[in-house]
Write a protein that binds this ligand. Sequence first.
Ligand code: BG6
Length: 491
Amino acid sequence: GRSNSHIFFIFGASGDLAKKKIYPALWWLYRDGFLPEHIRIIGYARSQLTIEKIFENAKKFMKVQEDEHEIFEKFVSINSYINGSYDNKEDFEKLNNEANKLSKQESAHRLFYLALPPSVYESVTELISLHCRPKSPGWLRLIVEKPFGKDLESSNKLSTHLSKFFTEEEIYRIDHYLGKEMVQNIIVLRFANQILSRVWNRDSIAAVIIIFKEDIGTQGRGGYFDEFGIIRDVIQNHLMQILSIVAMEKPNSTKGEDIRDEKVKVLRSVLPIKPEDVVIGQYVGDKDSKDPERQQGYLDDKGVPKDSTTPTYAQVILSINNERWAGVPFILRAGKALNEKKAEIRIQFRDSPGGMFEEDASQQDSNHKLARDELVIRVQPNEAIYLKVNTKRPGDMGFSIEETELDLTYGQRYEGVKLPDAYERLILDVFMGSKINFVRSDELQEAWRIVDPILAEIEKKNIPMIRYKFGSFGIREAFDAAAKHGYIFRG
Ligand code: BG6
């Protein structure tokens, strides 16, 4: 007989994530021939919509080229939309019947993407498991987006619920930062290069900083955001995942379980964060800006209560209590409504000992110190890896010293190479059953364990909230705290 069909379900098909990320990713995978031959895609949400309407909204993000219209029409034809509730058994039975009809196979493999608010998670997952499972030998894979709970307790509760209806094997917890080229490259960079792996420790490294900046505010997502704040939105997941890969020991192999074992092990060594190592902020509008968006502060977002104390900026400094890292600060910094969009990892090496260049260094540093070497992994935009080093100023007599970079900018070195979108890669991983880039339940639990006490302190208003203007470079207090822990900022 013919090979098994696949059905990809998108729950929350009318939402922001579906429109901006999931539909475009599926389209690119389809266009490039990565999806299985027999596949149907079914969007599901509460609103009465049509698939045409869904594509009208998503099209802007799908970047369909002039010569792709024909194949795009084919893609549209494998899509359907069904509306129904998130808590009614009959609707799920109906969905199941429709799905069987569309794929003409009751044992088609089924992938369910949950792009849903947390309030409906429990009912939807239960109903999927009870009414929408494929007949054998079809398998089921459930892709869950954050938020996975709001804190350790609610996250554990959700995990317990999911484990009643699905095996761990079936669950794919997505963190789209794990699908980014440079995040995936950290493992290769670290473990395929002796020149780096030998110095990747407290003897050579003074500080590590992981930075996430955005130049947009909440843009109407204030309702969601206000319940979560920046720590839950990006630090507990995206930045913590990066930290675990930067800091983990060498895995036994490239197998998903080996890598995830090491990630969770290093997270377990992270000490409780001290409140004095936390800086939080909230943006206010910049009345002098010509850009109407920048004039709006966080509290001006319609979804945000006027007295909200939710942080839109946070910096936390973590200590990893193990042989490799004791004493090295890991600084996680994230903010919305800043001057630029950027995500990067900076590994700052220790000062060069000895005074040989003291005189010469005084030209660049009032402390008569040479600039530290620094390895920068720029995740976005313009993927790059560069190593800041000192060099002799070309052509100069004597020893004038200048800072420069050994520079691997992807746009130049790999000109024309297309880097797939994070969601594209991760969705393909799910089709292939690869779990390397998905979050295991014990990792998730550790990540919550680390941020939980700080969330509680913020809730109790024990940490001062600093206001910053939309478009700021950052928050002074955060730079000072990083400097106090030994990270020297040089731009
Ligand atoms: C999401 C957050 O997980 O990541 C958003 O919820 C944030 O608030 C987004 O804007 C950033 O993703 P990217 O890929 O644009 O850096």
